[in-house]
Unconditional design. Sequence first.
Length: 315
Amino acid sequence: MQTLWGKLFRRQKPALTVVERWDTPDGDFLEVHRLPASNSQPRVMLLHGLEGTVRSHYAQALLNEGARRGWGADLLIFRSCGSEPNRAKRFYHSGETGDASFALDRIVEEFPSSPLAIAGVSLGGNVLLKMLGEKGSDLPKQLCAAAAISVPFDLERSSRRINQGFSKFYQRFFLDSLRKKAEEKATQFPDLAPVDRISALRTLEDFDDLITGPLHGFRDAQDYYRRSSSLPYLERIRLTTLLLSAVDDPMLPPEVLDDVRDIATRNPALHIEFVEKGGHAGFIAGLWPWRPFYYAEYRVGEFFARAFSGKAGRV
């Protein structure tokens, strides 16, 4: 229920964003939903999860939290997840940090006097942490903090977990969406994969083995998981970063969080908050269903507010 509640029952007023399309160096484009604010106000860059959109409940929650605090925000929509298909043959994936880095550089250039933070959810959180690990201390000076919610951390173990028990329900939802996109892409790029093979895929690992891996320069699904997981990059992060996860996340074995805890003891930049119950991007509290308290966006907002006030930064 923690995982499903936001998608099925939460009702929010859409954040008052404007949509922009940014051309990329490789001839494709990115869709960005922007929450306006004055040039001196803090801004938050947001990265969504697997098959997320601007309509995803957690994306709207974070945008609305930014609006409530008077901050600007920029929600980067990964390639193929926007209002229309992307131009290039490629999609997006859990380890693709180039587009996030491109968007970060553009935001910094546009708002050089604004304090900045970045939040990523699920796949977007993995992208964020991998990017921060890759960059180390080589970050814009106005970047104050980051927050990663319900990150898979270890993609191989996450792919096994989502293929077990009730978690197969989530796998089916993601796979149906990914298969449809790949089938449409294959009509434009016939060498992507045979359509009948795409239609026959039954697990996310199968999809990654046939599509994600080979399309994005990996040998197969296992090579993709190994090279794209954020877990090996955590030790290199030098920006103050909140890691918010739940032990009962249906998309991640709890022992992965033990590995993250171990790394965090050696890296003071990492602030872990692993709660017992919260599901995947859920984190709903309160005594009554009609009066829920949504903890994730509140916690991220408080973490960033502290950073913007100068009480956080680099390690």
